[in-house]
Design a protein around this ligand. Structure first.
Ligand code: SIN
Length: 548
């Protein structure tokens, strides 16, 4: 494997801003972390890649899973989460998620988020794959993320102690003489004083940059999801774990072979929660018999079953049949999905919706403790960029917004407890590098073909050879396209290396050459970049479970 950069090649920062806390990212994780830090009286700068609402949160359709029904229990939510995670969840992290979650959701409602309600005023709860109870709250039918983003934006807007810097691509971590985070460098496409490459100095940095779906050629993630936070963390020496577990959403809207590039429209799992059924081209409901929950089996099971049908029939999509739900129900409950389908000439009221799996969610990321701290002091990670241990080998549906809410709260509490004074960052250009942005299309194609839903030793070796080859396609021309391509390459290198090494099928890591989960592989692969730019990997087995 070629050496990976330990810094992005970039001009020297030409301007500086300062705060107590720098939050990178403005979805649910970033804005909640910022609100908690503000509640503790800390000055906060939120930097965000494009506009404040351009991250993944806005695209969330399904909702937020939380125990809000008196007949449901945190234990049941914990049990469903552990089952989906196939032996790799950190049970303590999951316990925190399911017990602290309901209060964090109530706080979100207190800052103004409005969720759908039943005629009697109670919250309308639905079900998604892997859940044995109705525990998903939603807003605007299928526009949960839009409402969450709106409410959080309204809560931070106008606060003089919170500055928002938009159009800001984060580059690298700044550290003090003791290695503690001291801020970030970033590139701002702006007007006025903060333009070009600059620095935000801070006593702590919270990465909430979202996912890395753009490392694949087709994803439900927006264009900003280029793995910037994971790549930055790796370059800063932080450990990444479970990165091989990429969740493919079973039902992205299929708009024809030529359109399967970049962000794909999502057809929420909640549609199956309300009774829609996956069928093959002959109309056969193929999930029955595959799993006791049929169409509501955990997401990896459904994505695999769809892929099997597509391979067996030599087709590139299957169908989601929602016609029996009726026009009134579909229009009330799924207005955004209906509008998107109809814009493409498909009417779900009268015809089945063509769907295919697409990369959706990184279950792994920067490893954190239960307070969101990465292995680099003062560097926190929250939301999809992190690996708190709640998802294991496969995230349970609608646990991601919940994770952002819960762990942002814990980061806020930790910042209140321990925030040393600002230190001056030490200059460090060692290991700076940059790749040619032209690698990007071929890199993402190679990732989809070799490290997608279906993987094998052969397919992964091919993906790895492309990643390795592109590691030598260097550039000396810094700019957003080259920085993003370099980040994607770093993420791809860590992902494929882990996927090659994990010789089993578990959760959303499906190896065609290994039939199932292997107890010897029940553990975590940790990756980090050493001071020479070498990607190092270590396997940490989990204690064997002795049956009671
Ligand atoms: C969906 O609405 O199907 C996506 C929800 C999630 O990813 O948890």
């Amino acid at each position: 494997m070629s050496r990976l950069p330990r810094r992005l090649l970039a001009p020297t920062p030409g301007w500086t801003l300062q705060a107590d806390v720098c939050v990178v990212g403005s979805g649910i994780a970033g804005l909640c972390a910022a609100l908690h830090a503000r509640a503790a009286g800390l000055r906060v700068i939120v930097v965000t890649k494009v506009n404040i609402d351009d991250g993944s949160t806005r695209w969330a359709q399904g909702g937020i899973a939380a125990v809000l029904d008196p007949t449901d229990t945190p234990q049941a939510h914990l049990s469903d989460t552990l089952t989906a995670g196939v032996g790799l969840c950190d049970e303590e992290a999951v316990r925190i998620l399911v017990t602290e979650g309901p209060d964090r959701v109530r706080e979100l409602m207190a800052v103004g988020a409005e969720f759908d309600r039943n005629p009697d005023g109670s919250l309308s709860l639905t079900r998604e794959g892997g859940h044995h109870a109705d525990r998903i709250i939603h807003a605007g039918g299928d526009a949960t993320g839009v409402e969450v983003q709106r409410a959080l934006h309204a809560a931070v807007r106008g606060d003089p102690g919170l500055q928002i810097v938009e159009h800001a691509l984060v580059l690298d971590l700044l550290t003090g003489p003791d290695g503690r985070a001291a801020g970030v460098t970033l590139h701002v496409l702006g007007e006025g004083s903060a333009d070009g490459v600059g620095a935000v100095l801070a006593r702590a940095v919270v990465l909430a940059t979202g996912g890395m779906g753009q490392v694949y050629s087709a994803t439900t993630n927006p264009s900003v999801s280029t793995g910037d936070g994971v790549a930055l963390g790796l370059r800063a020496g932080a450990a990444v774990t479970d990165i091989e577990f990429v969740q493919f959403h079973p039902t992205a809207l299929f708009l024809g072979t030529a359109a399967v590039r970049g962000q794909q429209p999502l057809v929420s799992e909640a549609m199956r929660g309300e009774g829609a059924v996956l069928v093959d081209r002959a109309g056969l409901a193929f999930m029955r018999g595959v799993h006791e929950l049929a169409d509501l089996a955990p997401r990896d099971v459904v994505a695999k079953a769809i892929t099997r049908v597509m391979l067996a029939h030599g087709v590139d999509h299957v169908f989601l049949d929602a016609r029996h739900l009726g026009a009134a129900m579909l229009e009330h409950r799924f207005p955004s999905i209906l509008a998107r389908c109809r814009a493409a000439g498909i009417d779900p009221v009268h015809e089945p919706i063509p769907v295919a799996p697409a990369a959706h969610y990184a279950s792994g990321g920067l490893r954190t403790d239960l307070d969101g701290q990465t292995s680099v002091p003062g560097l926190y990670a929250c939301g999809e960029v992190s690996c708190t241990g709640v998802h294991g080998a496969n995230r349970l549906a609608s646990n991601s917004l919940l994770e952002g809410l819960v762990f942002a709260g814990r980061i806020g509490a930790d910042l209140t407890r321990s925030l040393p004074p600002q230190v001056d960052p030490v200059a460090d250009d060692a290991g700076a590098g940059l790749l040619d942005p032209a690698i990007r299309p071929e890199l993402s194609e190679a990732m989809t073909t070799g490290a997608g839903v279906l993987r094998s030793a052969g397919s992964l070796a091919e993906a790895l050879s492309v990643v390795d080859r592109f590691g030598t396609r260097t550039s000396t021309d810094p700019g957003p396209l080259a920085w993003e391509a370099t980040n994607l390459h770093t993420v791809a290198a860590a992902l494929v290396t882990a996927a090659c090494r994990r010789e089993e099928t578990r959760g959303c890591h499906w190896r065609e050459d290994f039939g199932g989960a292997d107890e010897a592989w029940r553990g975590h692969l940790l990756a980090s970049i050493d001071e020479n730019g070498v990607l190092e990997q270590e396997f940490q087995p989990l204690p064997t479970v002795v049956p009671a």
